[in-house]
Design a protein around this ligand. Structure first.
Ligand code: ATP
Length: 144
């Protein structure tokens, strides 16, 4: 008996990526390539990559779709990949074009001032993390 192929049965040639925070779904679409920053360094994922999960660092996640790239900040959390379905669960995420550059510059200056005067471990750690967030926001805003 001849069987008809339904659209859903056709082999998919895209990855699917969701970027989710506790507050919202920031991105939910098919992509061709994903690049992000894990705690132990940068990584890239193409179609049919083996499944893996890793903790994310504060960084920029780049996606490429039909030759066009977009950039998001991703602030820690986890990356999961299985069966070409990728999921980023992160503290906060912003598309490069949604970033308030003046706010990120202010946050960078505040963190740098704190680092210049503080010697307390906790303050230094907090300021370093705030500085890292501000720096990736500025980086993502340049790339869009
Ligand atoms: P700030 O000191 O400017 O508040 P922050 O690093 O403390 O920066 P977060 O706690 O990381 O801010 O984020 C709080 C919320 O504000 C999140 O929803 C985040 O997406 C948003 N946010 C923070 N900075 C920016 C920015 N420069 N542009 C757009 N959204 C931002």
């Amino acid at each position: 008996m001849e069987e008809k192929l339904l659209a859903n049965d056709l082999p998919k040639n895209k990855l699917h990526l969701k970027i989710i925070t506790h507050a919202k779904i920031v991105f939910d679409a098919d992509v061709d390539e994903i690049y992000s920053r894990a705690e132990d360094g940068e990584f890239g994922v193409l179609l049919n990559h083996i499944p893996f999960t890793c903790p994310l660092d504060i960084g920029v996640t780049k996606i490429v779709t039909n030759g066009k790239s977009e950039h998001f900040t991703t602030m820690g959390g986890i990356f999961q990949l299985k069966d070409n379905q990728a999921l980023i669960l992160t503290q906060s995420a912003e598309h490069g074009s949604d970033i308030d550059v003046a706010r990120a510059k202010d946050a960078k200056e505040r963190a740098e001032e704190r680092l210049a005067v503080s010697t307390e471990d906790l303050d230094v750690k907090r300021a370093e993390i705030a500085l890292a967030r501000a720096m990736v926001r500025l980086k993502a805003s340049l790339n869009k």
